[in-house]
Design a protein around this ligand. Sequence first.
Ligand code: N01
Length: 575
Amino acid sequence: MSSARQDQRDELWASGGELDAVVVGAGFSGLYMLHRLRDRLGLSARVFEAADDVGGTWYWNRYPGARCDSESYFYSFSDRLSEDLLQEWTWTERFAPQPEILSYLQHVADRYDLRKDIQFSTRVVAAEYDDATGRWVVRTDDGRQVTARFLITAVGCLSTTNLPDFPGRDSFLGDSYHTGVWPHEGVDFTGKRVAVIGTGATGVQAIPEIAEQAAHVYVLQRTPNYDIAGGNRPMTAEDGQQIKANYRDIWQATRETAFGFPYDVANRTALSVSEQERQRIFAEAWERGGFRLGTTFNDLLLDLEANETASEFLRARIRERVRDPEIAELLSPRDHPFFTKRPPLENGYYETFNRDNVTLVNLRKSPIQEITPTGVRTTDAEYEVDSIVYATGFDAMTGTLFKLGIRGRNGLGLREKWADGPRTYLGIATHGFPNLFMITGPQSPSVLSNMPVSIEQHVDWITDCLRHLRETGRDTIEPLPSAEDDWVDHHNEVTQMTLLPMADSWWVGANIPGKPRNLYPYVGGVGTYRQICDEVAARDYDGFGRGSGGTASDGQFTGTARAKFTDIAAATTAS
Ligand code: N01
């Protein structure tokens, strides 16, 4: 960019100026979006980021044991951003630890000179659409205000922590931590008595590490999960070479598969093979580690009987590894089918319960009554501790979006519009909020996928959409109500085909009191969803109204999204 253009941008900024786009958040999605807006489309864009550095989830979640549950080599930007970067960067572990992913994102920010357009330590407190000008007025907690034609949320799906409101919580005299806002300087638990509340993917990563240090750990478990062996190990030079030689195929595969992994769900049902063969297939996937177990059969998420075969395989692994049969049983899920809650990946989690300094507390039998000044009191005991770790998760998918104070046409609040649950078209936009794009928004594959793949797909789609608007002399786009209704219906239909509604998971909002119960991510599959989005664009943005100066009246809805899904489903069934 010319220095004159830069000077002009600085001037506009200094005067609270007018931008083409505001992006909220500087994690994977905000960084890539900024790069596309600025360096591909030549637009003026500003990113607001609450943290004092880039990284998003990888900036905040610094708890012991934090690492990626997707394999490192496909948890990064793809060849869409840069083939050179893929060749330059070398991951040291099969599942990268948090510091390494953070330094990767810092490297990306530096390599593409992104920081100069990111305002750190700044929260967006309101984003209101001005009907008169067709622009978003964005206010930040430093008292400033900018306007932008486009508002793009890149806030991640898990960025508002859930800290349960236990009676007496603030009376605790020791140290307490939420895993999602972990101290940068780290925490030394040596010699401490620690209570960890929560055994989701985070608790399962943190507990073995804390147990290595602490004098005693009380693991307060409400619901056991089906934890899958992670199989983490260092990456060898040969691993790196092989991966780098095959990146093109790897990325192509991630874009076509159900979960955004370079391997897909096998095209066979669990009950169509013999018990012996099923066990062999499960065992092989188990040995290979990671989420492969969930892709062994294509009906695990559709058929309870099929699912039970995987569930029982996993319970058997727990019994093998935990010496005390009663504790093994307490760690074994019985109240929900496998993968209807996000299965954590574990590295030594179950063996932790063979340690003398670890006690498993069953909150189902005796719930937490209160936090006292000296510990945690359940209905049948008090656990005196020096520290409490809340691994209690997030107000996922909508928590942060609502905190942005988004108001669309006629002052309509996003929170009000979604009072009964999200209503979107393709999980990327919502009627009444022109020129608002939500990267990995609710009702898109998002958390049911390898996130960077879904992030890239959304950013690329938005980039193409903005280019299309410019090339057709327009600057306003908004979903038509009929298209949105159709997508919500389709989303709900696909959800009901699966077992996912059966569990009280954060995927359905069950972890937050009063949150509407819906499946928040779209379960139709990453590859299918991509084809749907591409088809919508190819059919002249079917279901979107477009226009200029805030008017988006030019558009029609012919039902492309659902028709494409039906086509793909028919083709899959036929094969
Ligand atoms: O949060 P969670 P998380 N009283 O909501 C318990 C992603 N992630 O931070 O199951 C007592 O899953 C709650 O119990 P229950 C991943 O997508 C990714 O662990 O509701 N307990 C549960 O045990 C994951 O799914 C990676 O009965 C209470 C725990 O707290 C998502 O983040 C790594 C309670 C919360 O589990 C969230 O995982 C880690 C209460 N009042 C996480 N409230 C990587 O891939 C909650 N709990 C890197």
